[in-house]
Design a protein around this ligand. Structure first.
Ligand SMILES: Cc1cc2nc3c(=O)[nH]c(=O)nc-3n(C[C@H](O)[C@H](O)[C@H](O)COP(=O)(O)O)c2cc1C
Length: 160
């Protein structure tokens, strides 16, 4: 299985998570700033990750390079998503960016794998929650960093 983990990161937290995920899946971590459109298509599992900024926005490099994603043909492709956020300071928009990525990849025909349970988190609203589950791996490196390792492991197992 070839895995590309494409991420955006302002402060480094999401980059560090992307590297951990890539290492575990023996894939490549690629900053969205340097990613090519091919990086979205030439892999058997595509993993995308973004922190949430503003009040529920994608990270700025994702916004600046969104055409790489919206131009990709993802029909029938397996895509897994992760998001970093802070549920204590931003409980009304927790990991919203993951929900934004979800809508984009579903619109491009992707099959999203790796939904997770919302149990164990404390927030009021999230665009990344659909039908009571997160559309991917939600990590909070600000207030629940100690839980991340277990969450990453369980999520990777669920990807099969
Ligand atoms: C100005 C600002 C706005 C933020 N807005 C949100 C938000 O709306 N929702 C959320 O879950 N986290 C929010 N966060 C938290 C970041 O997403 C979180 O700290 C993330 O781990 C940062 O990742 P990075 O270090 O890769 O940039 C915000 C952080 C800052 C500084």
């Amino acid at each position: 299985m070839s895995v590309n983990v494409i991420f955006g990161s302002d402060g480094g937290a999401t980059e560090a998570v992307a590297s951990r995920i890539a290492r575990r899946l023996q894939g490549r971590a690629i900053d969205i700033k340097a990613a090519t459109p091919d990086d979205f298509e030439n892999c058997s599992l595509l993993v995308l990750g973004s922190p949430t900024y503003g009040n529920g926005d994608l990270q700025s490099d994702w916004e600046a390079h969104l055409d790489k994603l919206t131009g990709a043909n993802l029909v029938g492709r397996r895509v897994a998503l992760f998001g970093t956020g802070d549920q204590v300071t931003y409980p009304d928009s927790f990991v919203d960016a993951m929900g934004i990525l979800y809508d984009h990849v579903v619109n491009r025909g992707a099959t999203v794998v790796g939904f997770t349970e919302t149990k164990g988190y404390d927030y009021t609203a999230s665009l990344a929650e659909r039908d009571g589950r997160f559309v991917g791996l939600a990590l909070d490196q600000d207030s629940q960093a100690s839980r991340s390792e277990k969450r990453i492991s369980a999520w990777i197992e669920s990807l099969g």
